[in-house]
Design a protein around this ligand. Structure first.
Ligand code: GLY
Length: 384
């Protein structure tokens, strides 16, 4: 089937979809569909060594959905307890990691038990990291509740916390044994958060699937309005794209870095805005992707009009595309460049960028010179 056909017909027939992340003995399924939370207990039961779990969640998700999850686990005879963290990026820190780890030990979680990360990207990264280090590693299951977590952070085993000098600088690769993406939960997401997650969806089209990008450009309104089939297609296509990249390069020695399209610029803006709700991660990625295209055009790799096209699509979907849409002051280009140097992909002092030759033609560039980055940032009007 051609890529175009893959994205042209998306009627929601049949039940949930399944995408496998193929990592040999550590392979796992991502189950996708509406209404899965109510029957999560039966989906989870077959993946437990012992029917004992601990749920890590945040206060917002707990208020809306924790009771449903606890009930379905109890119906399957699975023992569980819940640990809540404050909602927001600030929870990805050593203090919360220590508090959650203590609570897991107090709950009697042993090597053969399972931790359930139930929430958005913050909860998944924090609970996953706790699972990676608790008793030198226990199994964990992801039940992502945000679009960003369903299409990106819950898949692929990256876990960790932030440091004052940068995001995700302490962490581990620790793959879940199961991911349950209940697309119905997306209906309870604040609109701003949904839109921020959509930036990561667009990313997959821009990386290597022009047909998916075109499909998004036609269907973004149905996706935003909550069309079940469209949302399932979005989550399934994104997970398929991510699963293929993770299966080929789990530890990011090569092409997994493509998943960071827009992130080198984006992380710098997040750091500069204090990881606050001045700028959500997905919003930073949207801005970063516009700049990554602008930078590619500046280097003569792609047509300048491509930047405008990408920005127009993201803007239609309600995402920021110009730096003056960030509230408050941004540091000057030289300072932004210094922040970018903390990027995990920096090698021998050289920044790595994901650049592009066109829609679906992104590539990893490891030899980008500081001068080129500065020359580009110095001509971005909002940074003057
Ligand atoms: N979110 C980027 C990755 O998982 O590699």
């Amino acid at each position: 089937m051609s890529a175009m056909n893959t994205h042209s017909n998306t009627t929601a027939s049949g039940g949930p979809r399944e995408v496998i992340v193929d990592l040999g003995a550590r392979s796992y399924p991502i189950v996708i569909g509406p209404g899965l939370l109510e029957r999560a207990g039966s989906l989870i039961a077959g993946h437990l060594r012992r029917p004992k779990t601990a749920i890590v969640t945040d206060e917002n998700v707990a208020a809306l959905h924790l009771e449903t999850l606890v009930s379905t686990l109890e119906r399957e005879g699975i023992d569980t307890s819940a640990i809540k963290v404050p909602a927001g990026e600030q929870s990805k820190c050593f203090t919360e990691l220590a508090r959650v780890s203590d609570a897991l030990l107090e709950a009697g979680i042993e090597r053969s038990d399972t931790i359930i990360a139930f929430g958005g990207g913050v909860v998944g990264d924090l609970a996953g990291f706790a699972a990676a280090i608790l008793r030198r590693g226990v199994n964990f299951i992801q039940i992502p509740t945000s679009l960003l977590a369903q299409v990106d952070s819950s898949v692929g085993g990256k876990t960790g916390i932030d440091m004052s000098s940068g995001k995700n600088l302490i962490g581990a690769f620790h793959q879940p044994v199961l991911v349950i993406a209940d697309t119905g939960l997306l209906n309870t997401l604040p609109e701003r958060e949904f839109r921020a997650g959509y930036a990561e969806v667009v990313k997959y089209g821009l990386i290597n699937d022009a047909a998916f990008y075109d499909w998004l450009d036609t269907n973004w309104r149905a996706i935003a309005c909550g069309d079940t089939a469209a949302r399932m297609h979005v989550v399934e296509s994104s997970c398929r794209a991510k699963a293929a990249i993770v299966a080929a390069d789990e530890r990011e020695h090569g092409q997994r870095a493509l998943l960071n399209l827009g992130h080198t610029f984006g992380h710098a803006f997040e750091a500069a805005t204090g990881y606050s709700d001045r700028l959500l991660h997905g919003e930073a990625v949207a801005l970063g992707m516009v700049l990554a295209h602008g930078f590619s055009a500046h280097l003569g790799l792609c047509a300048q009009e491509l930047t405008g096209r990408v920005a127009a699509h993201l803007e239609k979907a309600g995402l920021p595309v110009r730096l003056d849409q960030i509230n408050g002051h941004l540091p000057p280009p030289t300072e932004l460049l210094n922040i970018m140097r903390q990027d995990k992909k920096t090698e021998a002092g050289k920044l790595t960028f994901i650049l592009t030759r066109g829609v679906g033609e992104a590539f990893v560039a490891k030899d980008v010179g500081d001068d080129d980055v500065l020359a580009y940032l110095n001509q971005v009007p909002e940074l003057q």
